[in-house]
Design a protein around this ligand. Sequence first.
Ligand code: G3I
Length: 358
Amino acid sequence: MPQRSGSITLPVMGLVLGALTPALADGRDPPTPITQRTIRELAAPVDLRFGTAVDINALANDATYRDTLSRQFSSVTAENVMKWDTLEPQQGAFNYAPADQLIAFASANRMAVRGHVLVWHNQIPSWVNEQAFTPDQLRTILRDHIMETARHFKGKLYQWDVLNEALNEDGTLRDTIWLRNLGEGYIADVFRWAHMADRNVKLFYNDFNLEFFGPKSDAAFAIVKGLVAQGVPIDGVGFQGHLGAQFGFDTRVQENMQRFADLGLEISVTEADVRMPLPTDVFKLQAQSQGYHSLLEPCLLTRACGSFTVWGYSDKYSWVPGVFTGQGAADLFDENFQPKPALAAVQHDLALAAKSRH
Ligand code: G3I
């Protein structure tokens, strides 16, 4: 696990930024300004994998998308192509090609790959959802899917989201095909099956709205604590981090991360983005910067937080407008791949964290 120096208090953003790019009196060239350095370059000294979700069609068809991706990021997550409906659209007919293409791109560009996702209630193929399987049959189908998929990607991934979004906002278990048919015990089973298929990849529980204290975060904490106590092979918790500039941001994220870390688990921010009501303006973009900062700073202050992934990096390909009508502009780069203020906030957080180690 990447290790980072102990707790530090970072100065308020903006107050110290000038000090990071001083003019040199001795005639040497001044260092490259922070905002001209790439995220992956800035994240390396703090042992943080900085990733993004990747849209496979953009990867195939948009050279600017590809170039920015490989320059800026050190980790990738498949936005859709490692999900079950893509991998096995018909029973027994597998479609690994898009995911394998992403892995090849990552490998060619020295990027790590996060696996997303083995068990979810969304993007399940219709042959699973629409047939009247018995609970025993569904159990076998799910186990086979997990083991087949984890074996295919064995050795290629550093983390797997084994179980995604199993909780409601009130902390109860989400009513899914898996809970209904397999009972609560499915949660421990899916981690055991993934571990049987690949003993090296780190296995994660991943959910949204875990960032702040509340019934959902408390329930996730109780579940993973129970799994750890039973010796179930779980290695980490993914804080998705889908935020909105209009909602304000939590200030106890680090404390919340730390209680999970104290169970011996790794932490990752897995799907960060900060949407806003459109159109954008300077004020909302400033709030968005604070939103990214509200996730990145706690991660940088938590030793167990070793990766930070944004859920798409350019507004050109964001999932947000299709789901939240009237909202968008959630990413670090705009639709023309121009950096937004939030990118500078990320760059400065990383630079300050690196500086604090020395
Ligand atoms: O593949 C079909 C294509 O054949 C069809 O022509 C097209 C028409 O709309 O749809 C395509 O599927 C879409 C798929 O993305 C691939 O582009 C689905 O309609 C669309 O619903 C799906 O959305 C994805 C969503 O998960 C599904 O729930 C988003 O791209 C993806 O960003 C989003 O990601 C999730 C994470 O996995 C889990 N956490 C929340 C996050 C945001 O919702």
